[in-house]
Design a protein around this ligand. Sequence first.
Ligand code: PBG
Ligand code: ZN
Length: 273
Amino acid sequence: MPGNYQMSIDELVKECAEVQALGIGGVILFGLPESKDEMASGAYADDGIVQRAVRAIRKETPRLLVVTDVCNCEYTSHGHCGKIVDGDVDNDQTLEWLAASAVSHARAGADVVAPSDMMDGRVAAIRKALDAAGFQKIPILSYAAKFASVFYGPFREAAESAPQFGDRRSYQMDPANGREAMREIALDLEEGADMIMVKPALAYLDLIREARVRFDVPIAAYQVSGEFSMIVAAARNGWIDQERAMMETLTAIHRAGADIILTYFAKPAARLL
Ligand code: PBG
Ligand code: ZN
């Protein structure tokens, strides 16, 4: 993935200082454990990579908003977002891992937890676990409408999280099904999500707009790795102007109705703005 690297905690702390100085609204963390296993142990360990990173950022840049991605695919040896039972991802057994991860992130000092796994019922499970652990005030940003998209490819390579068998279509959504996206958002809000996300962004601007009209909550949109990489690749070939393509796509996502944009262009866009 062009210009994006796995970072150690000491590098991350420096990066966060730069991000804060640029006036960027916050960071979202994805973790890569030293070793992966069937049980995604690294996802919910109190000394896991994200938990340690959050503590370090808290110490060095206490005012920076820290969001943690809650999922298992970076931590499982098979690369799936949940627990495998009889060759398939088991939705309900995965909820325990997700709840444990969210609580461990909150304990480390995360401001917001953002489940990206797309298991059914996970917002309710995470809310219940956070409340029980005394984290009633930690909000949930739910990746509510997340599609089974080809545009996650560069991220999976960077995060070494591609599924080793099958695909994610049993839990991520069908790109053809916009109505289901609205049902997923409604369910997540009922379960206690404080903010919702549409992902990817550019190929789903219609759904960002529809969500904006229907739901009166903060809406996030995620300009994902493939969206970013396509622009950078075309610019490197001399086919388009990278800066203009960056601003035009970000403007379109904002115009569609996103209040929050997650983007790999955050630093150059902030410099320009
Ligand atoms: C983990 C997760 C993924 C992304 C964010 N969280 C990958 C996936 O679902 O396979 C993709 C982000 C990107 O492409 O930038 N579930
Ligand atoms: Zn995942």
